[in-house]
Design a protein around this ligand. Structure first.
Ligand SMILES: Cc1ncc(C[n+]2csc(CCOP(=O)(O)OP(=O)(O)O)c2C)c(N)n1
Ligand SMILES: [Mg+2]
Length: 241
C-alpha cells in the first residue's frame, strides 16, 4: 500500500498531467479507456500501441494516455488506423470510435476494413446517441427513445454492430462488453489486443456505455444503471460473437 494513490487508481500508461479528464460526470468513456489502459499495461505494449481517436466524445481521449495518439476526422479513424498499421506492421493499431462515427458516417470504412480482415483493433463506444453534438439520434438508438432529433421517439430500425461484423468476417475476434462490468471489460480488451498482436486479423469490441448528460441522468446513477443493464444489455447481447 506504499504506492501513491494515483498509481492504484489509474493504469500505468495513463497520462496523469492531463487529469482530471474532460468527460462529463458519470460518462462511460473513461471507464472504457481505463479498461483499455489496464489491458495495455498487462500486455506491456505502451510503446507499441498506435491509438486513433474519432471526432465525438472519443476525441477527449487525445491526451488520456502516454501512448502515441492520432486525432482523425469524424468517421475516419478506422481507415486511418488501417494505414498506420500497413505503414508500420509492428504497431498495435487501435481505432477508438463512437457509435455515430462507426455506424453512420464511418460505416463504409468499418465494413470494408472488417471484410478485408485488416489487422487492427476497433473499439466502438455505444451510448445510443451523438453525444458530443447534443444528443441526436444515432444508428443504435432504440425504438421509441426521445432524442434531440426524435422528439416523438425513434423509429424501429437500429444497428447491431457485432452481429454485422461477424456476418461479413467469420474469423474476426468480435465481442460486446459493458461499462458496468469493468473487470470483464479489461479481459475483453486484452483478448482483442492479443488477436491483433498475434497477426490474426480484425478485432472488434463494442462497449455499452452511458451518456449521462444526454440521457438526462447525471444526478440519477440508479437511472443510468437501469438504462444500461435493464434496457441496453437486454437488447444488445453481451459476450463473444
Ligand atoms: C464530417 C463531419 N460530420 C459531422 C460532424 C459533427 N459531429 C461531430 S461529433 C458527431 C457525432 C458524435 O457521435 P458519436 O460518434 O456517437 O460519439 P459520441 O460523442 O457519442 O461518443 C458529429 C455528427 C463532424 N465533426 N464532421
Ligand atoms: Mg455515441
Amino acid at each position: 500500500m506504499d504506492a501513491p494513490v494515483a498509481e492504484l487508481a489509474f493504469p500505468k500508461c495513463v497520462r496523469l498531467e492531463s487529469k482530471p479528464h474532460l468527460f462529463c460526470p458519470g460518462c462511460g468513456h473513461p471507464e472504457v479507456l481505463k479498461a483499455f489502459g489496464y489491458a495495455v499495461d498487462a500486455l506491456e505494449i505502451q510503446r507499441k500501441v498506435a491509438f486513433g481517436v474519432d471526432i465525438g466524445c472519443s476525441l477527449l481521449a487525445y491526451d488520456f494516455f502516454n501512448i502515441d495518439t492520432i486525432e482523425t476526422h469524424h468517421g475516419r479513424t478506422v481507415p486511418v488506423m488501417c494505414g498506420v498499421k500497413r505503414g508500420n506492421p509492428d504497431a498495435v493499431a487501435v481505432a477508438y470510435v463512437g457509435d455515430g462515427g462507426a455506424y453512420a458516417i464511418g460505416m463504409g470504412s468499418l465494413l470494408n476494413a472488417a471484410i478485408r480482415d485488416e489487422k487492427i483493433f476497433v473499439i466502438v463506444v455505444h451510448n445510443g446517441v451523438y453525444a458530443m453534438t447534443g444528443g441526436q439520434e444515432a444508428p443504435t438508438t432504440l425504438p421509441g427513445t426521445v432524442t434531440a432529433t426524435t422528439p416523438y421517439g425513434a423509429d424501429n430500425h437500429f444497428v447491431k454492430g457485432p452481429d454485422m461484423i461477424r456476418h461479413v468476417n467469420p474469423t474476426a475476434w468480435v465481442a460486446r462488453g459493458i461499462t458496468t462490468r469493468q473487470l470483464g471489460l479489461r479481459d475483453l480488451m486484452r483478448e482483442g489486443l492479443q488477436h491483433v498482436m498475434d497477426g490474426k486479423g480484425f478485432a472488434f469490441l463494442e462497449v455499452l456505455s452511458p451518456c449521462t448528460l444526454n440521457w438526462g441522468t447525471i444526478e440519477r446513477p440508479d437511472k443510468t444503471f437501469e438504462i444500461l443493464e435493464g434496457k441496453l444489455a437486454k437488447t444488445f447481447k453481451l459476450g463473444h460473437f
